[in-house]
Design a protein around this ligand. Structure first.
Ligand code: NAP
Length: 229
């Protein structure tokens, strides 16, 4: 069965963070558009539940902080969405080297490694890479210096990769969501005012399906009314 699926003409996306929040909505929306979606996260049960709800989604449970990544990358990759992310302990005063290391490994290195492993197919397909960044990737706040540093690095990764891959036809998008109603956001606000994860996902799908003559390089997604917390 795998061989048949792998050789099919179906557009294929690799989506990390697919067990929850923004990544799960991206997986859902792409599958509803007819894509084959390789859904990656640690939470196998939540991936299976999603796959049971939406045809076209294939669970690939994996901890992206553990290298190498055997059996993760399909032979065809038209789009890669790196949505998996963590928010580590905030300040330099409190963060340990392990906090720094685990945050950079998941938020940055994992994204780069997934691109590296998918690059041959991404070039063949003139595919799209989307890195889910954050407002903290543009303006870090005192309480999230470590997170902000990872997201600034992720922006640099995206900008560098875009230049590297220009001649190969791979396009690279950074999406910078503001506060979004997922388990990751724990700020003390009226949650009804948060951005819905499906709204962020729609923006990501738009970047992937944008006309072949363009690439959406950086997209800020802010709440309708700005929040402070
Ligand atoms: N929510 C916000 O307000 C907000 C704002 C700006 C940017 N973002 C960014 O949006 C992205 C998605 O976050 P979200 O808000 O959707 O959060 P979420 O609902 O907590 O989802 C995070 C995802 O990352 C996965 N993940 C965590 N550790 C992992 C690991 N070691 N290996 C593999 N997967 C792992 C989780 O799955 P498992 O636990 O099953 O592994 C989950 O699917 C993140 O990059 C985040 O920085 C979020």
């Amino acid at each position: 069965m795998t061989a048949n699926v792998e050789s099919s003409e179906q557009k294929t996306a690799l989506v990390t963070g697919a067990s929850s929040g923004i990544g799960r909505e991206v997986a859902r929306q792409l599958a509803q558009c007819g894509w084959r979606v390789i859904a990656v996260a640690r939470g196998e049960e939540r991936l299976k539940q999603l796959a049971g709800e939406v045809p076209g989604i294939e669970p690939r449970p994996a901890d992206l902080t553990t290298f190498p990544y055997p059996d993760l990358i399909p032979s065809r990759v038209d789009a890669l969405v790196h949505a998996a992310g963590i928010v580590p302990t905030g300040s330099v005063e409190r963060a340990t080297p392990e906090d720094w290391s685990s945050a950079f490994t998941l938020n940055v290195t994992a994204g780069a490694e997934l691109v590296r492993l998918s690059l041959t197919s991404l070039r063949q397909r003139r595919g799209t890479v989307v890195f889910v960044n954050s407002g903290a990737g543009v303006t870090p706040l005192p309480r999230n210096t470590v997170y902000g540093a990872t997201k600034h690095a992720l922006r640099a990764l995206a900008n560098g990769l875009r230049q590297e891959e220009q001649e190969h036809g791979v396009r690279v998008t950074s999406v910078f969501p503001g506060p979004t109603d997922t388990p990751l956001f724990t700020g003390n606000v009226d949650r009804a005012r948060l951005i819905r994860p499906s709204t962020v996902a729609q923006v990501i799908v738009n970047a992937i399906t944008a006309g072949d003559d363009t690439q959406l390089t950086e997209i800020q997604v802010r709440p309708r009314q700005e929040l402070s917390w």
